[in-house]
Design a protein around this ligand. Structure first.
Ligand code: PLP
Length: 440
């Protein structure tokens, strides 16, 4: 039986979980547990869907789909991103180094960050990074100085806060922006940043950028942000008698984590955004700028399933005769910190066999020394789950491995790519020796 969202596109359950033709049992037998299993074809199709939808809705005005590398990055993923024709949104020297290590074209990189170091800026400019997104007045000066020292002219965008806060199913349009990123439009900082950038001979201002949030399911937030950015493009045109050619509307497109949810559809959201961009540009009598976007979670999140092995179980009596079953797996907040960090919700299934037992109220917990080390707070799982069973948690591709940590000196899991019945290691499991090698 084929599994639907939130399981990756090529997942099925026939006596056990099978991902892209490889069974959960075979994966853990060969590569150990816990394990991040990424469905390669699903990744390529999701990346391509964004590229195609941007081309379809913006035609000659389609800019770049930048994959947000912070959601999950390794060398193989950079190769996939390149072969799908996407650019890369990087926000540190480390992320740029992964790209450089596999010869990703630097001109297809966009560098973000609210506090890029001198060294990161120098690396970006000297390696030919296509775009640097400016985040502060200090940075405008800093990037201009370094570009000038290196004898080049650097293309930049300005990151603006458009007074839009988007969360999953709602958005709030505000005037004031209480956050660390970017220049606020409402306060006039955005305009001053435009003037400051225009005054630097070693910078070319190509356009404006905004990223309104993450895990968003409605287009209105993007539409309000686009409208405010386009109004600023018009002000620029009136003042400088020229038009800025680019607009980058960021990422944040929502995905399914739980059964019954569904991921946002690239073709739909870009249809909505393009309608607004076109009508606002017409209103302002502006040429349509090149539109770029930066999806991260939507490309990689649904592609990946984490496999864990059950170590212990216990039943706890709650009030009124209810029982909760604690199921402890061999990972937890070190490989998926999102539930502890901001209450993110996931689902799970028994992956290595078909159970006919009744389901019981269960809590899936990790092996770390924290009561809050909970992967799933409340879930119905078969009552006969026992040590040695495998548990699969789907939709862990984004901000799972990339936020993984070594709490309790637990080595971080391997990442396996599966496709057409074949599995291969693309990031090896960390070893205790890797951790010990850091200490003097
Ligand atoms: C995090 C981030 C993204 C990607 O967000 P997703 O929710 O993963 O799509 C894109 N652009 C910027 C500037 C970001 O900070």
């Amino acid at each position: 039986m084929k599994l639907s969202e939130p399981y990756s596109a090529n997942s099925s359950f026939n006596e056990e979980l099978v991902i892209a033709g490889v069974s959960a049992t075979a994966l853990v037998k060969e590569f150990g547990s816990p394990l991040f299993v990424i469905d390669e074809q699903d990744f390529m199709e999701r990346a391509t869907a964004w590229r195609k939808a941007l081309d379809k809705h913006f035609g000659a005005h389609a800019g770049t789909v930048y994959y947000a590398g912070k959601s999950f990055l390794n060398k193989e993923v950079v190769r996939w991103v390149n072969s799908a024709g996407l650019g890369l949104d990087a926000c540190s020297g480390g992320e740029m180094a992964v790209a450089a290590s596999v010869d990703f074209p630097p001109s297809h990189i966009e560098l973000h960050g609210n506090n890029k170091s001198e060294a990161e800026i120098r690396t970006a400019i000297s390696s030919g990074v296509g775009t640097i997104v400016m985040d502060s007045f200090h940075e405008i000066e800093r990037v201009a100085r370094i570009a000038s020292e290196l004898g080049t002219i650097q293309k930049v965008l300005l990151r603006l806060t458009a007074g839009v806060e988007a969360h999953t199913h709602e958005f709030i349009s505000t005037a004031h922006e209480d956050q660390k990123f970017g220049f606020s439009i409402a306060s006039g900082a955005a305009w001053r940043a435009i003037e400051a950038t225009m005054a630097e001979k070693s910078l070319t201002l190509a356009g404006l950028h905004s990223h309104i949030g993450s895990q968003i399911f409605i287009s209105e937030g993007f539409e309000v942000a686009a409208t405010r950015l386009i109004a600023l493009l018009a002000k620029y045109r009136d003042h400088f008698d020229a038009q800025l050619p680019e607009l980058d509307l960021g990422g944040g497109y929502g995905i399914a984590y739980l059964p019954g949810e569904s991921s946002l559809v690239p073709d739909d959201v870009l249809a909505d955004i393009s309608a607004i961009v076109k009508s606002e540009c017409a209103k302002q009598n502006l040429a349509i700028p090149k539109i770029s976007i930066e999806p991260g979670r939507h490309i990689v999140g649904p592609t990946t399933t984490t496999l864990y092995e059950v170590g212990t179980t216990k039943n706890v009596e709650l009030d009124a005769g209810a029982t909760r079953r604690y199921i402890s797996i061999d990972g937890g907040m070190s490989d998926n910190i999102r539930p502890s960090l901001y209450g993110a919700k996931y689902t799970a299934l028994l992956a290595n066999r078909l159970s006919t037992s009744d389901v019981v109220n269960s809590r899936l917990v990790g092996k770390h020394c924290e009561t809050g080390d909970i992967v799933i707070r409340e879930i119905d799982l078969p009552g006969d789950i026992t040590p040695g069973d495998l548990i699969a948690v789907p939709a862990t591709g984004a901000y799972g491995r990339s936020m993984a940590n070594n709490y309790n000196h637990i080595p971080r899991p391997a990442v396996i790519a599966v496709k057409d019945g074949k599995a291969r290691l693309i990031t090896r499991r960390e070893s205790i020796n890797d951790l010990l090698a850091l200490d003097i």
